[in-house]
Design a protein around this ligand. Structure first.
Ligand code: F6P
Length: 323
């Protein structure tokens, strides 16, 4: 192993830079060169890679986003696009590839590995926490903290004005951000894609929980089956005469910001382990963290299976509703 390539791909996540730093520094400690590719698979297609130096990764552990840039490349989905990417990987003469991203990025890695004989290791980086095989993904903890601090602020105005707020959070297919920010902010209800949303029950919860104070916080995952915060608000409005309803969509604010301590440490452990895997000659795995232990699962499994909130936690969330 003399040279490896590194990309960040898909939605950016706080902590990706900490991981880039760990990959570069660990590789260099073994005299392995790192080619940092800009903008994920798109930069791979366009040949935008350069050798990473210690200077490149100095003072980046605290930065949100990704210094390498990222993209959701449509061209990489085509055989022609991938052939261009493969030609560049061969030109750079790399002996391995580290992909930091979500399941879409891993699916790209999996397809690539069928077309080029190159060891590939995935590192889960997404605020959604929807990757199977790890307790947490890089960026999730920071995003959760961002959401909780936003909801705390919204609660101030909700209670001052006696309003019901529907706060929409990210998570296209997964309710982790909604569920856990809801638990941490003491929300009155949480609507997530993993559960069917009962509008009548929601109306009842709002009526019960706002008794005496006439304010409530409902967290809505953007992927909820009944719609986003705006749609849910429209659906319950006819049944809540006299209530002052508002909606707030947190959006991309959730993806930015300096990574939390937990994300910095997780990202560093994962980046370090990714390089160790390549050195050991392993390929086709995603690095995960289960408690204090580093684990690896096949990329194939990490793509096929999806992390889901545990039934215990869902039950707890339901029990904590005002009835
Ligand atoms: O995958 C992370 C994520 O932030 C999702 O929660 C969200 O649905 C999506 O990315 C938004 O993607 P984009 O920024 O490309 O619109």
């Amino acid at each position: 192993m003399r040279k490896i390539a590194l990309i960040t791909s898909g939605g950016d996540a706080p902590g990706m830079n900490a991981c880039v730093r760990a990959v570069v520094k660990t590789a260099k400690s073994h005299n392995i060169e790192v080619i940092g590719i800009e903008d994920g698979y798109q930069g791979m297609i366009e040949g935008r890679g350069r050798e990473m130096t210690y200077n490149d990764v100095n003072n980046i552990i605290q930065l949100g986003g990704t210094i390498l840039g990222t993209a959701r490349s449509e061209e990489f989905r085509t055989p022609e696009g991938r052939q261009k990417a493969i030609a560049n990987l061969k030109k750079w003469q790399v002996d391995g590839l580290v992909v930091i991203g979500g399941d879409g990025s891993f699916a790209g890695a999996q397809t690539l590995s069928r077309e080029i004989d190159l060891p590939i290791i995935g590192v889960p980086g997404t605020i959604d926490n929807d990757i199977f095989g790890t307790d947490h993904t890089i960026g999730y903890d920071t995003a959760l903290n961002t959401v909780v601090s936003a909801v705390d602020k919204i609660r101030d105005t909700a209670s001052s004005h006696h309003r019901i707020f529907f706060v929409e959070v990210m998570g296209r297919d997964a309710g982790f951000i909604a569920l856990n920010s809801g638990i941490a902010s003491g929300a009155d209800d949480v609507l997530i894609p993993e559960e069917w949303t009962d509008i009548d029950a929601l109306v009842n919860t709002i009526k019960e929980s706002s008794k005496g104070r006439r304010s409530s916080i409902i967290i809505v995952s953007e992927g909820d089956d009944a719609g986003g915060a705006k749609e849910i608000m429209t659906k319950v409005k006819p049944f809540l005469d006299g209530y002052d309803l508002r909606c707030s969509i947190l959006g991309h604010i959730q993806r930015g910001g300096s990574p939390s301590v937990l994300d910095r440490i997780l990202a560093t452990r994962m980046g370090y382990e990714a390089v160790n895997c390549l050195i050991r000659g392993e390929s086709g795995y995603m690095i995960g963290a289960k408690g204090e232990e580093m684990v690896k699962i096949s990329l194939e499994r990490s793509i096929k299976e999806h992390a889901k909130p545990t039934p215990d936690k869902l039950e707890m969330m339901h029990r904590l509703k005002t009835r």
